[in-house]
Design a protein around this ligand. Sequence first.
Ligand code: 6PG
Length: 233
Amino acid sequence: DAVDRAAADIFVSLAPQPHGSRRPFRVALAGGTTPRALYALLASSEYRHRVAWDQVAFFFGDERAVPPDHPDSNYRAANDALLRLLDISEKCVHRMKGEVPDLEAAAAAYERELQSAFEGARVPHFDLIFLGMGPDGHTASLFPGSSALAECKRLVVPVTDAPKPPLRRLTLTIPVLNAAKLVLFMATGADKAPALREVLKGTASPDQYPAKHVRPGPERLAWLVDEAAGGTL
Ligand code: 6PG
């Protein structure tokens, strides 16, 4: 709960406020299970009135190659816990279309959507990117030893050999993660402790612990971890 509340408080402190000056706020949501309680908290009566939601544009850090109503869909998880409950307009939700058979085309389409949403910037600078981390140190759908880790031009790439099912996914690349104004990792549970120690203090190659590639710069990276994940740091 403390991790969720800290993440929600940071989000609210950065997002446009009701009756505040109008400004775009572009956030990329994390997949997996960790952020679901955060999404529910943001949609709760305690938090929902503290953000001018009509100025927030939602994107995704990665998506599985499944339809948007599939149980494995990161979009479905965010929609069920947050987007649908806040009645966010569809034009403010930029879903990665993982369901299309041609993932290369889907990646290229999302890249165009990013460039259009970020006024043609070569690399989008998200206001905030939420990320999770797997027990192997992967983040988004950037897995240990993946060729996607070396991608330094494309913003979005397909993954067809993910060790964490589903096999096929779409993911933002490291340059996009490192261009964010703030990256907020959430990692909880003892199963994340070894990778977290390696990422934050170890000497292993970032290619073996991809979360270690995420270095947006000073004051632009924060980890929210619980005792089980970070107690021995
Ligand atoms: C995904 C996520 C992935 C996730 C980690 C942690 O699509 O699987 O983007 O990077 O954040 O695997 O997952 P949990 O939060 O479920 O532990």
